[in-house]
Design a protein. Structure first.
Length: 318
């Protein structure tokens, strides 16, 4: 597992794919998500693109910091520091959910570093309903922190608060049709999550939820959308309950050079519900906007790492 000290925290990252390619793709995760969440897309892109993934500050195998509030501006500087440290001058940014909000702000701060934007299941602002939906997430995470602290990290308590936390998320992140067809899968993912969730994980969720609330006022992004000049692909699930299509339409209407794609019978977790369709859309879009793709060499292909300290512990649920 690779980590690097950037912008005041230890960041887990991974470089994979075609390391000789002149075209780099950087993946920016959703909340409660991690590098491996992107595996369906990474598999499709690996032959032609250099791929950079990382766990956000406060997420999974990256450090949870406590010295300053998390903001989208801070996350933008984290991403910039990572690209600087690894010598990535410019890249295609592929992002989902809270990662898409980071990506929008990143493009306006560092437009010369962005070749294209893929914005999946994301928003540029939030209304009161979405605010209170995420309040539930925050309260579930904060309750978990308090219970784990109060019981000195008792394993049974940790597993129970993990189960309750996921039960809070499931109705928001999956479509009804997916849930009905995949009850066993959801139970499996819940069981896997219960074995690895920790106080640090839940504390990171609290900090990131607090950051997300900024989209209602001080870090609202809708006003900067016309400043985004990179070609942008906006994708949303038709049945997304947490960030419904109206938010993606705001983004697509606001970014001058953008297109909107709505995936049928799909909720928020498109990487799980529609991995093949999503991956094909992203690849076609990146190929269209990759000037150096024809110069890529295929002699130095690095597959995503099968780090057993990670893969034995986590199964993608978001």
């Amino acid at each position: 597992m690779n980590t690097i000290k950037i912008n005041g925290f230890n960041c887990r990252y991974e470089l994979s794919g075609n390391l000789d390619s002149q075209e780099t793709v950087v993946f920016v995760n959703a909340i409660a998500s991690y590098i491996e969440s992107w595996n369906p897309v990474r598999d499709v892109l690996a032959q032609d693109y250099k791929l950079l993934g990382y766990d956000l500050r406060g997420q999974w195998f990256s450090e949870v910091t406590h010295d300053e509030p998390y903001t989208f501006a801070l996350m933008v500087e984290d991403l910039n520091a990572l690209m600087e440290e690894l010598g990535v001058e410019s890249a295609h940014i592929v992002s989902t959910s809270i990662g898409g909000e980071i990506a929008q702000l990143f493009e306006t701060k560092y437009p010369h570093k962005v070749k294209s934007l893929s914005l999946i299941a994301t928003v540029s602002e939030i209304n009161s309903l979405l605010f209170y939906q995420v309040v539930r997430w925050r309260e579930a995470a904060n309750f978990a922190v308090e219970r784990i602290e109060a019981t000195d990290n008792d394993d049974e308590v940790r597993r129970e608060v993990g189960r309750k936390f996921l039960q809070t998320l499931v109705p928001d992140i999956y479509s009804n049709s997916f849930i009905e067809k995949n009850e066993a899968v959801i139970k499996e993912k819940t069981a896997a999550f219960q074995t690895v969730c920790s106080k640090d994980f839940f504390q990171g969720q609290v900090y990131l939820c607090d950051m997300f609330f900024g989209l209602k006022d001080n870090e609202k992004l809708t006003g900067i959308l016309p400043d985004i000049k990179s070609p942008s692909l906006v994708i949303v699930g038709e049945e997304d309950m947490i960030k419904p299509p109206r938010y993606s339409k705001i983004i697509a209407d606001g970014i001058p050079n953008s297109r909107l794609k709505v995936l049928k019978e799909a909720g928020h977790a498109l990487l799980i519900e529609k991995p093949d369709e999503l991956s094909a859309l992203v690849k076609d879009f990146l190929d269209e906007h990759s000037k150096e793709l024809s110069h890529a060499q295929h002699g130095n292909l690095r597959l995503p790492e099968q780090d057993k300290s990670v893969t034995d512990k986590i199964k993608v649920f978001y």
